[in-house]
Design a protein around this ligand. Sequence first.
Ligand SMILES: Nc1ncnc2c1ncn2[C@@H]1O[C@H](COP(=O)(O)OP(=O)(O)OP(=O)(O)O)[C@@H](O)[C@H]1O
Ligand SMILES: [Mg+2]
Length: 212
Amino acid sequence: MLVLEDLAYAHPVMWGNYSFTMTAAPGEVTAVSGPSGSGKSTLLDLIAGFLEPTGGRLTLDGVDLLPLPPETRPVSILFQSESLFEHLGAAHNIALGLPPGTPRAEVARKVATALDEVGLPGVGNQRADTLSGGQKQRVALARTLLRNRPVLLLDEPFSALDDDSRAATRTLVRSLTEAHRWITVLVSHHQDDIAALAARHYRISSGRLLLA
Ligand SMILES: Nc1ncnc2c1ncn2[C@@H]1O[C@H](COP(=O)(O)OP(=O)(O)OP(=O)(O)O)[C@@H](O)[C@H]1O
Ligand SMILES: [Mg+2]
């Protein structure tokens, strides 16, 4: 379980404080919605360690995550777009999910398996800037697969996609979450994403998370 207890933050120029309390379970997508500017990305930044909270607790299976810098937190984050290095090939982008020093043969094998798992066998040599938006998001998910961190944070990951690739990518997120027992936290404005994916849904209101 990922547990936030009164995780507190205030941006330098702001109306008030955030105080986030929520629970997210493995194998489930937990959705967070709220109007623009309500603090959704701030919430993910606090979980990922890009922002330091002013108080409260953040634990994964009882282990305190707050002392860990972002690079060692058990967390992957996927943004709306621009998650790939455009001038590198798909396989190269995915391989960045593996620790440096991984043997070449192992890299090749794991990258190929991850590409299969996201339904893109054969695009490994294609440069990222030649992929469609939906393909890019799936390559980014493949990289997340190799990172193999228990918590996956998604910040509006489908909003640049058309309806078809949106539905396909959504299904993929759900099946990967279930298969790998990830704790997936999805930020989305879209009711249909939330209805299709989320086991639990929080809404941000006045700096607090309310179960919707
Ligand atoms: N670095 C910063 N310094 C000061 N204020 C900030 C900073 N980053 C965000 N804010 C403010 O904090 C509030 C929440 O921002 P945040 O990016 O978390 O919103 P959001 O819910 O993700 O919005 P959107 O749906 O538009 O992405 C906003 O009022 C924003 O202006
Ligand atoms: Mg945001």
